[in-house]
Design a binder for this molecule. Structure first.
Ligand SMILES: [Zn+2]
Length: 282
């Protein structure tokens, strides 16, 4: 086997699972990755958090969301996924035991270094998959944009997030406003990683965003209807006071069936995006 990466053929459609033993980069040898790079130049990078998710969800919930999406989208699209980044921008959750947070600027640097390394080997399409709806996005989108503009213009970057990727289905699936540790993200992980969810702790515990933040707050991350909003960050101390269980919205109705529909919808959308992205030349 030749060990020198040659320029990839972006249009090739060779399914990886038949050729390589895993879609996860960390489970391959460097020679297997070099083989992949002769045919494809796309890779997914899952970003999660280690942050509290109320009494029912484990601290890794956002990471499990990103891992589930990356693994199944990679398998269906025939592309690789880099190892997950288990830490994110979670400072507002530091009032709860176990949360580990990167500063926004640290996370930006983590993205830069991952993209630089992957680009060095010949990866030219790098899709960041965010499992931490919203808050990681400031870092991920800034890094994805700036590294192209100022350093690696030939590397295409993109960022996918359930908050935007699942707009077409979220309203039909959920029974309550969806916020942190709510029905959809808990259902998703209950479907894919059931051992990490405490179903006996499901509850209607919710914080009254309207009362706390007024009419410009965001009580539903998927938007129950058109609403004009203004972002109003709060501190970990305020969060602990306003949402004492750590849960922001009801997850009473969470189920693996809801999680399956939510998951499969997003995986299909990612596969659709990847097919178009790999065909498109700038
Ligand atoms: Zn979450």
């Amino acid at each position: 086997m030749s060990t020198t990466p040659t320029p990839p053929d972006p249009g090739s459609r060779i399914p990886v699972p038949g050729e390589l033993p895993s879609v996860w980069l960390q489970e391959l040898t460097w020679e297997e990755v070099a083989t992949y790079l002769r045919k494809r130049d796309t890779i997914l990078v899952p970003f999660g958090t280690t942050e509290q998710h109320g009494p029912a969800g484990s601290l890794g919930l956002d990471s499990y969301v990103a891992i589930a999406l990356a693994e199944d989208a990679a398998r269906k699209a025939g592309v690789l996924s880099a190892p997950p980044v288990w830490y994110g921008d979670s400072s507002h959750h530091l009032g709860f035991a176990g949360t580990i947070s990167l500063r926004t600027e640290t996370l930006i640097q983590v993205v830069y270094d991952i993209v630089r390394s992957l680009a060095r080997h010949g990866f030219r399409r790098i899709l960041l998959i965010n499992g931490h709806k919203g808050t990681n996005l400031a870092a991920l989108t800034s890094a994805a944009r700036n590294i192209r503009e100022f350093e690696l213009p030939d590397v295409r970057t993109a960022v996918a997030d359930p908050m935007y990727l699942a707009r077409g289905i979220a309203g039909r699936l959920k029974h309550a406003p969806e916020h942190h540790a709510g029905e959809l993200e808990v259902s998703h992980v209950l479907y894919k990683f059931p051992h990490t969810i405490r179903t006996e702790k499901f509850s209607d515990a919710a914080c009254d965003v309207d009362r706390l933040l007024g009419p410009f707050g965001t009580p539903d991350l998927f938007g129950a209807g058109p609403r004009d909003t203004v972002d109003q960050p709060w501190t970990s101390h305020e969060q602990r006071r306003h949402a004492p269980t750590g849960q922001f919205s009801s997850n009473r109705a969470a189920s693996p069936e809801t999680g399956k529909q939510y998951h499969e919808y997003m995986v299909d959308r990612l596969v659709e995006f990847l097919a178009g992205w790999q065909d498109r030349e700038r």
